[in-house]
Design a protein around this ligand. Structure first.
Ligand code: ADP
Ligand code: MG
Length: 238
């Protein structure tokens, strides 16, 4: 595990700025939600932490290490996407072991990690199935399994539950929290669902138009929103 620091990060696509000097310190082991309207830059920020997008300026640190120019596979950061992004032609076990094979982990270590992740996530009986043979909730568990096997310093979740129905969403919320209790991995959880953010996180970061509006505990943001935007987003009148 490690802390995560985002220091004055800016991002433009061509000449269009989408993040304007975002700074954020996340303590080792914390569960932080990142909320804000569609298009405000949440996914872009996560992608830059994961190394899937380059930052235009600023610094990202995982623990003490500046990771700006470190490739995604060497960053110790694992991301879980909304659309699962599973490989359709690979079994559950192959999906989960793929990134470890890329890192040339020994075969026995790979098997051990896949087995233990499958047990944590209740996937042990599904290891030989293909993604098309799984339900939405099971696919989402495989996507989490792929992240867990890497034993990353930081987990990034990008609206992982938004394709699931309401009932499953509630169940998966508690599974993700349980996972966090068990592994203690520093987590950034993007959601546009206020209830999810309020119930799951130690700290909520509210973003708007490429900037951070406010950072605080769920209760603090609810009681003392800095402005009408935060009040409107979190749900109490300012
Ligand atoms: P969010 O995840 O909060 O909905 P995004 O980070 O996906 O927002 O997008 C932030 C802004 O950046 C949006 O205006 C989006 O259109 C723009 N954007 C995202 N990715 C790209 C890209 N690859 N090229 C150009 N613009 C992009
Ligand atoms: Mg997004």
């Amino acid at each position: 595990m490690a802390s995560l620091a985002i220091r004055n990060v800016e991002k433009s696509f061509g000449s269009v700025p989408v993040l304007h000097g975002v700074s954020l310190d996340i303590a080792d082991g914390a569960f932080v939600s990142l909320v804000g309207p569609s298009g405000c830059g949440k996914s872009t920020l996560l992608r830059m932490v994961a190394g899937l997008d380059e930052i235009s300026s600023g610094e990202i640190l995982v623990g003490e290490r500046v990771v700006n120019s470190i490739s995604p596979k060497d960053r110790d950061v694992a991301m879980v996407f909304q659309n699962y992004a599973l490989y359709p032609h690979m079994t559950v076990a192959e999906n989960m072991s793929f990134s470890l094979k890329l890192r040339r982990a020994p075969k026995s270590a790979i098997e051990q990690r896949v087995k233990s992740a499958a047990e944590i996530l209740g996937l042990h009986e599904l290891l030989t199935r293909y993604p098309r043979q799984l339900s939405g909730g099971q696919r989402q568990r495989v996507a989490m399994g792929r992240a867990i096997v890497r034993d990353p310093q930081v987990f990034l979740f990008d609206e992982p539950l938004s394709n699931l129905d309401a009932k499953l969403r509630v169940q998966m919320r508690s599974e993700i929290k349980e996972l966090h209790r068990r592994l203690g991995t520093t987590t950034v959880y993007v959601t546009h669902d206020q209830i999810e953010a309020m119930t799951m996180s130690d700290t909520i970061v509210v973003m708007n138009k490429g900037r951070i509006e406010q950072i605080g505990s769920p209760l603090h943001l609810y009681d003392k929103p800095h402005n009408l935007f935060v009040a409107g987003f979190i749900g109490s009148p300012a």
